[in-house]
Structures are given as C-alpha cells and as structure tokens.
Design a protein around this ligand. Sequence first.
Ligand SMILES: Nc1ncnc2c1ncn2[C@@H]1O[C@H](COP(=O)(O)OP(=O)(O)OP(=O)(O)O)[C@@H](O)[C@H]1O
Ligand SMILES: [Mg+2]
Length: 364
Amino acid sequence: MTRNGSAELIGTSRQFVALTQEIDRVARSDAKVLITGESGVGKELVARAVHSRSTRAHRVFVPVNCAGLPETLLESELFGHVKGSFTGAYRDKPGKLEIADSGTVFLDEIGEMTLRMQGLLLRFLETGELQKVGSDASGGRVNVRVVAATNRDLRELIGLGQFREDLFYRLNVIHLVVPPLRERKEDIPIMITHSLKSFSTRGDYSVRSIDADAMAALSEYRWPGNVRELENVIERLVVTCRNEEATLDDLPHEIRSRHEGTHRPRRERRRTIADDLYKRLVEDRESFWTAVYPLYMQREITRSNVRDLVGKGLQEARGNYKIVAQLFNLESRDYKKFLNFLRKHECQLPFREYRDGHSAQQAS
Ligand SMILES: Nc1ncnc2c1ncn2[C@@H]1O[C@H](COP(=O)(O)OP(=O)(O)OP(=O)(O)O)[C@@H](O)[C@H]1O
Ligand SMILES: [Mg+2]
C-alpha cells in the first residue's frame, strides 16, 4: 500500500506500460474518465492511480458501488438526504458526492444503474448541483472529479435501451481500457512473484518459488478472472503446497490440465458430468448451491456424479474441505451447511486419501 491507500500497479508489458503512461497524462487533467475491462483486471486500482497521480491526491477518493444498493438507497448514498425524507432518515446525511468535494468519486459498476438513477446522475453532471433526497432546495454545488468503471459493454446496453446514450458521452471523455491478463502474458510471472511474496509472508508457509514448468503453465492459462483469480490461485498454492518450490502438480487442475494437454499428448478421456460441473464451479465461478444442488435435488444428476465432483474438489484442495467450499464458490458461513448436505446424501468422501497428493485418481 502506498499513500492514499492505493496499491502499486504492477506490470511491464508493452500494453501495461502504455496504460500507465496514459494514466499519468490523464491524471493531469480534470476530465471525466471511463475505465472498462473484464472482471478482476484492476479497474479500481487504475481509478485509484488516476486519483493519486492527480492534483487532488491529497483530497479524498470516494468509491461508490452502483450495483450494491437498491435504487432509492443508491440515490441517498450519492446525493444525501434530509431528515424525515423516508422511514429511517433520522438526520440529514451528506451524500458521497458531497463527501468527495474537491476529491475524486469513483462510480463502480456504472452499467448496473437504473435508468432513473442515470437520469439523476446526468442532471448532476450537467449542473454540478446536488439534489438531496427529500429536499426541494438545491444542496449546493460540489467540485468532484468523476471516474466511472464497468465490465459491461455500454454501447451494447445503449442498443438494448438500458443505458442512456447522453450519459455515456458525458462519462466517456477519456476512455481507459484495462486489457485482460491473457493479452499481456509478460505481466503474469512478475504478478505471480509479487503475490507469492505477499501471501507467503503472512504466515508460516513452505513455498518460496515456482519451478519453470509450473510458471509456463501459469503463463499459458487463460485467466478468465484475471488478476483477482491469479491472486486467489497463488493464495491457495501458498496454503496447500508443502514444498519450498512449487511444481506443476501443485497447481489447480484447470491450469495444469491445459498445459499438459498442449505439451504431453495423452489418451483422450471422455468428459464426464463431474468434469462439466467442476468447470462450471471452478472456471465459470457458479456457486454449488445454484449450479449443482438443484440438479441433484431434481434428480438430473446422480449421487455418484456429486461424489465424483467432490473428489475432484478434494484432489485440487489436497483434502481440505474448507478449500473445496471456496472452490465451489460458497460463502464461508455456508461451510457447515455444505458439509451437512454432503453427509446427509452420503457424498462426504474421506479427506485423508487426498492428502499429500495421493489421490484416488493418481493411484489408479
Ligand atoms: N496491475 C496490477 N498490479 C497489482 N495488483 C493488481 C493489478 N491489477 C489488479 N490487481 C489486483 O487484482 C485485484 C482485482 O483488482 P480490481 O479490484 O481493481 O479489479 P476490477 O477490475 O475492479 O474487478 P471487478 O470487475 O471484479 O470489480 C485487486 O486485489 C488488485 O489489487
Ligand atoms: Mg471493481
């Protein structure tokens, strides 16, 4: 972490260096910025960099997640409200735009705003005047720099009538595109080294480095969840790897298997139902409760499919059910519920067989 609580931007690829140069140029002006890119590419980090390299750096950076709140709450969150304007409004409350005065407001996931909210935001951008919820009078003017981000294609949303074109042009004065990791593969090894260092110093862990084969597999992987996924993979590696140097065998199945597929041709194995389910959970990041549980309850899939799926998870997690729950995108508070489900339906496999890499699959 550096000043303003912003983490440093890491990357040496041509694309990434061009982006950081653009950030420096953009930071000098006060123009509105729209940041786009896939999920997990670093849009928020880029927004923080625009702020911390600008003349507003000593003032506040105020993030607002436009997807996290229902419309009426988002309106009061952004513009503030006056006492008594709705049930629970016990006192006047300033909005984030007012709090961000002379600083930067970061409107994250702008593509999720309702059309009415988009109208209110547009009015603010045109006049600079705050209209608090429950007040007829203007709440005064503020001087904020607006940086917005989305992983949606706003032009497509405009075509669908879900995003206002006039707002799009207001926000899109400067457009920063954060490229996905797979388009700047040179950045992968240094990000891995950086993550490895930061996670391994947080506890008493063995792993210190990653061997060349494993690094090659990590660099070739598609990273659909980009930097956030990379950080998760390295954190899991740090927790599960028992050796000082991690090898291919220590990597998650989906990363290892692609690599093996390209380098050591093997006998084709038919994809099983468990493979498909596993992919939906681990790669497409669906939750066990929505992707697997209903299918099982409606008898679309069998107990043995679920057992195979759990086996794949355990193999990946080296027998650690907590990590299986993470892999299957369960909230930590659902861990007990998950184990209860497995127990009740006789899908809880003995974890010991999966410790130290001695999985049933490898043994057979
Ligand atoms: N270039 C980078 N250098 C270092 N860390 C990075 C970089 N890019 C992203 N990260 C890290 O990756 C994680 C995801 O970044 P961030 O939250 O900015 O992504 P995002 O694009 O806003 O994702 P989402 O669309 O899911 O909101 C964070 O932990 C961030 O610190
Ligand atoms: Mg984000």
